[in-house]
Write a protein that binds this ligand. Structure first.
Ligand SMILES: Cc1cc2nc3c(=O)[nH]c(=O)nc-3n(C[C@H](O)[C@H](O)[C@H](O)COP(=O)(O)OP(=O)(O)OC[C@H]3O[C@@H](n4cnc5c(N)ncnc54)[C@H](O)[C@@H]3O)c2cc1C
Length: 481
């Protein structure tokens, strides 16, 4: 059995673990060991369908030290005019490069791919107050004992479920054909000997389902060849509001001021979303329905227009079973054309974890600190780990943001994110670091607004004023009053 010593053991080389490691490397002299079951860094992105992209511009995703993409804007397609969105392949290449060209060459990082961290039951604290953990190679079973001088970092808590690795909750009868979106680009291959399908049914209503519908449409399927099972309608963030360039200031910062005005003035959470729709922050596909779901799915107006072209939308609750010529739904049976290809998009991109303290003595539990920015939250946690003082003070700066389970959850997540941001703004070193951090997206742009630019200053004043009023009205929208 091999024995190694390290300062920090990071469990998970997904986006969260990589963003934490990158900032920890910059801000300390610590030795870091990273363990992951997968063979490459990037976590779930390794299992994504080939046409996946980020929801948000590449400009503020990844690790702090290394730009993702080249800040160009798309010239074609439904994201035209907006900043580029990295594809899954780009993201995987990026994280591999960060590992191979930055983390490992530093001489302070060890990486154990295809290896399991054997968790709590095998972890104990020895007489010196050091953690003893075990890493087990998936391929050889070889065990490595790791003495952790500082902390173990759990970077697995925000791990999403994706189509290729999840198990659908509904039954699939013999004769019905269900694929994941990963298989769509290979339909031309026909290895199975089955005919190429002419009818498609996308099952699920989240961003993956939207990606699958758009892929079908952009690759030649007619809108009336597509059925779409939508158990719940969702509010969607208008990607226009997430653009990092100063030319979008009115949409990004002005949009944030409008969002806070909606939170400040709304009489109910539905009213808040309708106000945000009226000012362009939120979109919905079917404007005749009130959505009940919000998971930060971010889309462009062009994508929504494409999605609206599919009119055969099946709203009878979740699918319970797929039969060769019918869908068995919670609220009834729906006849389907025999030979329809079903596409499973029901993996919950966000597996809700219960909230826990981020700093727990010898353990750090990485969580969302500013919704929905997973990587910024992880990098910030590393900065606070190094510079934040004792655990009590660090936890004051890092209240975990509960991921929304319903519309009111958006108000709660915004409220906690804002409280964290206020706490960060009171800490000079942290404020300075955030201002320079590429993962913030907007901080530097806002900080650099010319004092004589009356229009932008007016937007900033509106943002500040609305923030106070929004905080005052949030408890009513959350249902706490
Ligand atoms: C389609 C899609 C689009 C998205 N777009 C965006 C976006 O635009 N912006 C954004 O901020 N977020 C986006 N997200 C959210 C995204 O999930 C996060 O950005 C981020 O990738 C989550 O990374 P993670 O490291 O938390 O989890 P993961 O990627 O799941 O990584 C966790 C890692 O931990 C490893 N692991 C778990 N347990 C163990 C163990 N015991 N031993 C060893 N290894 C272990 C796993 O193998 C895995 O590699 C998107 C998600 C999806 C599904």
């Amino acid at each position: 059995m091999q024995n190694i010593k390290t300062d920090y053991l990071i469990i998970g080389a997904g986006a969260a673990g990589m963003a934490f490691a990158d900032t920890l490397l910059d801000q300390s002299d610590a030795h870091i060991t990273i363990v992951d079951r997968r063979s490459q860094p990037g976590g779930h992105w390794n299992d994504a369908y080939s046409f996946v992209t980020l929801h948000q511009p590449s400009a503020f995703y990844g690790v702090n030290s290394t730009e993702l993409g080249s800040r160009r804007k798309d010239d074609t397609g439904p994201n035209s005019g907006l900043y580029e969105l990295a594809s899954g392949a780009e993201i995987n290449t990026y994280f591999d490069k960060v590992m191979q060209h930055r983390l490992l060459p530093s001489g302070r990082v060890s990486y154990y791919p295809m290896s399991n961290h054997v968790s709590h039951d095998a972890v104990n604290v020895d007489g010196d107050g050091q953690n003893i953990c075990h890493i087990v190679s998936l391929l050889s079973g070889a065990k490595t004992t790791v003495t952790v001088r500082q902390k173990t970092v759990d970077a697995t808590l925000f791990s999403p479920s994706v189509p290729a690795t999840h198990t659908p909750k509904f039954a699939v009868a013999d004769g019905a054909r269900l694929l994941t979106p990963n298989a769509l680009p290979q339909l031309w291959l026909q290895r199975s000997g089955q005919a190429i399908p002419q009818q498609f049914c996308v099952v699920g209503a989240g961003k993956t389902a939207m990606d699958a519908v758009i892929w079908l449409l952009r690759n030649g399927a007619a809108p009336d060849a597509i059925s779409w099972v939508v158990p719940r309608d969702s509010w969607l963030i208008n990607r226009l509001q997430t653009q990092p360039g100063v030319e979008f200031f009115n949409h990004s910062t002005g949009g944030e001021a409008d969002k806070l005005a909606a939170f400040a003035e709304a009489t109910s959470i539905d009213d808040a979303f309708l106000r945000m729709e009226a000012t362009g922050q939120m979109l919905r596909i079917d404007t005749s329905r009130m959505p009940t779901m919000f998971h930060y799915a971010t889309v462009s107006v062009g994508e929504v227009e494409l999605l609206r072209s599919v009119t055969n939308v099946i709203r009878k609750g979740p699918v319970q079973a797929i039969e060769p010529d019918a869908l068995v739904m919670a609220e009834g049976r729906v006849a389907m054309t025999s030979g329809t290809l079903y596409i499973d998009c029901t993996a919950s991109a966000v597996d809700k974890q219960s909230i826990q303290s981020v700093f727990q003595g010898s353990r750090i539990a990485l969580q969302l600190l500013r919704a929905p920015l997973v990587v910024q939250s992880a990098a910030l946690t590393a900065f606070i780990e190094v510079h934040g003082g004792d655990d009590a003070h660090k936890n004051q700066l890092c209240t975990p943001v509960p991921f929304p389970k319903n519309l009111a959850g958006f108000a709660r997540a915004t409220q906690v994110s804002m409280m964290n941001q206020f706490a960060w703004s009171q800490d000079k070193a942290l404020r300075q670091w955030m201002r320079e951090s590429r993962l913030d997206g907007f901080g530097k742009m806002v900080a650099e607004v010319d004092k004589l630019d009356a229009d932008k200053q007016a937007i900033l004043a509106r943002l500040r004023g609305n923030a106070m009023a929004a905080m005052a009205n949030m408890p009513k929208l959350i249902g706490e009053q």
